[in-house]
Write a protein that binds this ligand. Sequence first.
Ligand code: ADP
Ligand code: ASP
Ligand code: MG
Length: 396
Amino acid sequence: MAVIVQKYGGTSVGDTDRIRAVARRVARTRLAGNDLVVVVSAMGHTTDQFIELSRQVSGNDHPREMDMLLTAGERISMALLAMAIRDQGVEAVSLTGSQAGIITNTVHGHAEIEEVRAFRVKDHLDKGDVVIVAGFQGVSGESKEITTLGRGGSDATAVAMAHFLKADACEIYTDVDGVLTADPRLEPEARKLDEVSFEEMMEFAAAGAQVLMMRSVELGWRRGVPLHVRSSFHDGEGTWVREGVEGPPGLVGVAHDPVQALVGLAGEGAVAEVDAALQAAGVSGATVGRGPAGVGAAVPRDQAAAALAALASGGGNRAVTLDEEVGTVSVVGAALRARPEAAAQAAAILADAGIAVLLTAAVPLRVSCVVPLSMVDDAVRVLHRSMLVPPSGEGR
Ligand code: ADP
Ligand code: ASP
Ligand code: MG
């Protein structure tokens, strides 16, 4: 009998009609003879609403209490889905992350899964129950406190569960047809990819392609769990994320990240110098490169202050600059390994379209341009239409 893990994201369980639709799909899969674990996200924008509520009661940070608050979202959807599945004549039981044995470190808000002890999940599967697991959460092995895994973390719950259960499939159901060559909310011409390698998907997610949480891709890669990203609205094939993909290296797509800040060192300077200063200060996820005003880096906006301080202390007497109204637009794909000119090409395409390029950077599978926040959406379309030519050409 096959063991299947299915994960349903926020939109897929966004209202009670959607929950009943998921319940019907789950019941169908179970009645076809599969053992089934279903990982759920919070309904719709519940997590954002909880964050907003916390801001209304306090201006301070409360990492432990935030995790107590945010984990409630997934508990609501898991219980409602279990009820709806039982109405389909299929036995189902819901478990929190802690009950399901998701053991993490103690970093509230960004906990990492250290171990899975899903023995209760196995017992329920042996009894024939569908097991619903609340995504995005676990319990610290050390402090026994409840933790969350970071935004989009239900994807990581699903991958960890699939690995523990040696599942035959790990299906990530979402509100788009799969992994597309760009965010379809910005680029209507974006195309679904049939397959993408773990390595490319890591880079795509790191560059802002929201459809999979980066850490879940990393976990799938390390543990050898292929992922099938697909629509919860129809039965069509989605995108396979797996180890090797067929054919010559191509481009995956254009990703954007609108929550970035640009820090820079005016005048002469080396990219390696900026890189070293940011790394020494523990600033993660920086895109280091060069722009018209000098060397610098795009960093996640919540790390802008730390990045600025790092450059100020490491940059001698040179002026340090900060612009918090920027975003990155990146082209990703294995083909870029053989295209050292791609970064300059992307910057020239954007400049020709009247988009100011504040910084250009290249790493092996990605080229990124930092642009003013107001121009990010246009930049996605411009780069997609000129660099991601249809399948007969270089794209997939
Ligand atoms: P879920 O709640 O199912 O986890 P997310 O909102 O986390 O869904 O991710 C799906 C969304 O990711 C899509 O609605 C889409 O707008 C966005 N997205 C961004 N980049 C891409 C991409 N390259 N391919 C597919 N979707 C993308
Ligand atoms: N509900 C959480 C979030 O909105 C986790 C998830 O959806 O995967 O980030
Ligand atoms: Mg998600």
